[in-house]
Design a protein around this ligand. Sequence first.
Ligand SMILES: *[C@@H]1O[C@H](CO)[C@@H](O)[C@H](O)[C@H]1NC(C)=O
Ligand SMILES: *[C@@H]1O[C@H](CO)[C@@H](O)[C@H](O)[C@H]1NC(C)=O
Ligand SMILES: *[C@@H]1O[C@H](CO)[C@@H](O)[C@H](O)[C@H]1NC(C)=O
Ligand SMILES: *[C@@H]1O[C@H](CO)[C@@H](O)[C@H](O)[C@H]1NC(C)=O
Ligand SMILES: *[C@@H]1O[C@H](CO)[C@@H](O)[C@H](O)[C@H]1NC(C)=O
Ligand SMILES: *[C@@H]1O[C@H](CO)[C@@H](O)[C@H](O)[C@H]1NC(C)=O
Ligand SMILES: *[C@@H]1O[C@H](CO)[C@@H](O)[C@H](O)[C@H]1NC(C)=O
Ligand SMILES: *[C@@H]1O[C@H](CO)[C@@H](O)[C@H](O)[C@H]1NC(C)=O
Length: 472
Amino acid sequence: MKRSFLLLYVLLVLELLDGALWAVEGSLHCEYLDLNSGSFVRPHSVSITEFGAVGDGVALNTKAFQNAMFYLNSFSDKGGAKLFVPSGRWLTGSFDLISHLTLWLDKGATILGSMDPGDWPVVDPLPSYGRGRELPGGRHRSLIYGQNLTDVVITGENGTIDGQGSVWWDWFRNGELNYTRPHLVELVNSTGVVVSNLTFLNSPFWNIHPVYCSDVVVKNLTILAPLESPNTDGVDPDSSNDVCIEDCYIVTGDDLVSIKSGWDEYGISYARPSTRIKISRLTGQTTSSSGIAIGSEMSGGVSEIHVEDVHLYNSKTGIRIKTSPGRGGYVRNVYVSNVKLENVSIAIRFTGQYGEHPDGKYDPKAFPLIEKITFENFTGDSIGVAGLFQGIEGDEFKNICLVNVSLQVKSSRKSPWKCSYVRGYSQWVSPDITCDPLQETIFPDHSSDCYGLKNVLQRSGSQSRRSWLLSW
Ligand SMILES: *[C@@H]1O[C@H](CO)[C@@H](O)[C@H](O)[C@H]1NC(C)=O
Ligand SMILES: *[C@@H]1O[C@H](CO)[C@@H](O)[C@H](O)[C@H]1NC(C)=O
Ligand SMILES: *[C@@H]1O[C@H](CO)[C@@H](O)[C@H](O)[C@H]1NC(C)=O
Ligand SMILES: *[C@@H]1O[C@H](CO)[C@@H](O)[C@H](O)[C@H]1NC(C)=O
Ligand SMILES: *[C@@H]1O[C@H](CO)[C@@H](O)[C@H](O)[C@H]1NC(C)=O
Ligand SMILES: *[C@@H]1O[C@H](CO)[C@@H](O)[C@H](O)[C@H]1NC(C)=O
Ligand SMILES: *[C@@H]1O[C@H](CO)[C@@H](O)[C@H](O)[C@H]1NC(C)=O
Ligand SMILES: *[C@@H]1O[C@H](CO)[C@@H](O)[C@H](O)[C@H]1NC(C)=O
């Protein structure tokens, strides 16, 4: 009897060490080319003032930005160029970036979004959405926009991009919008994108939206919008691959980071997944939504998502996966670790019936495949509900794993865990998992069913990928 216990113990410890080592060695990690060297050093630099811009917060500078881009385009085959925005308040409408460009916002520089919707042209909807996200038809183009670009850096010395979004929030609330609201920065079908060392304020809609992009770095940003501002998501990688989001402080009125890949039948037929995305060292607050979300638009598929070191306080939800019948697609191979939650209503949430469809043409039988999602090393204080796992009848979410999760739940009246149509494993979880479908232990039999705890992570990590900007 004693010997078999000892043997079991040794096996457990070996499994555990094994797991920890895999996790450390196999994790995706982001490495960058040095922005101060090589192709990032732009041989040509001009100031926006040379194009007649006036930084008084009143004069409209859209033409100056457009003319600067037109002029700097001639340097794109000569190492690219830097557009310097000095201290001042530079009011502008939407403008288009070019390849091989550094947009540099100096200390004290603020790019201000115009409050006239006429300064935000209406463009076609994204093919993976089929329409604007809020309203049928086109959508307002983002303040800073780029399409089919390569090698674009938006950075500086903590300069600010302020969307002055309150007018848009009011139009939204009063039903006065004619088209879907604009983002602050959107890059479409572009590769080699860096957004760093800046502050984003008051976006009309989402803040940063890379869509159909690869090799994207979002680093060291402060993103702020009022807690009650509608849909002011922080960073939304959408149908994009090889994305690193690091060292960001985000306080907004919606999800802080939300990974997406298109909407129902449009996303299914466009079929461009979001994959190889790493999110590290995210701190922030959202009283309406979640720290990290996947979906609800995920119809092109979402996979190989690694999240670590998240600190969320006074918020609604920690990590949330949102989907619906009709979405199709998949969410798989997601590993979330080292999460600290303070005063959060729901720590972990799966929503299988999110609803919201682009039109009546979606296929209600297009079920999403949700599997292999691991949550490891969570701590929480003043948590409302520990886990709310709602899958889809006839489409169970599989291999959901929780390991070393310790949440201090406020009220003992409600059940801390609720599960329907999900299946998975757990170990070292408190409060005790009270729902049957997640009760079976991970070690020793199921560690390979859990993403990130054994070989799966290592396999993806060892395909060490060298890309234009990042190496994993
Ligand atoms: C970007 O590329 C797409 C597909 O090749 C093309 O349809 C579109 O016109 C291009 N847009 C710009 C602004 O170059
Ligand atoms: C982050 O950005 C600030 C300016 O916004 C800069 O002073 C600081 O050095 C940056 N930190 C890192 C780690 O790059
Ligand atoms: C950058 O500016 C924002 C807003 O002004 C401020 O909250 C933040 O602390 C600044 N960051 C750094 C690193 O100076
Ligand atoms: C919507 O369209 C109407 C009629 O053209 C116009 O008066 C109004 O300003 C527009 N609203 C917005 C927010 O663009
Ligand atoms: C951010 O700013 C710091 C301090 O100037 C600089 O060392 C670093 O390279 C910058 N990082 C990025 C990614 O822009
Ligand atoms: C907890 O967070 C909520 C917002 O979600 C806030 O209203 C409340 O004051 C916070 N409680 C404490 C004790 O900080
Ligand atoms: C667990 O997460 C906490 C932060 O929430 C972190 O400080 C600690 O290092 C993590 N432990 C491991 C083994 O990763
Ligand atoms: C469990 O989590 C605690 C902190 O929450 C951390 O200190 C410890 O190293 C973790 N253990 C394992 C086995 O991951």
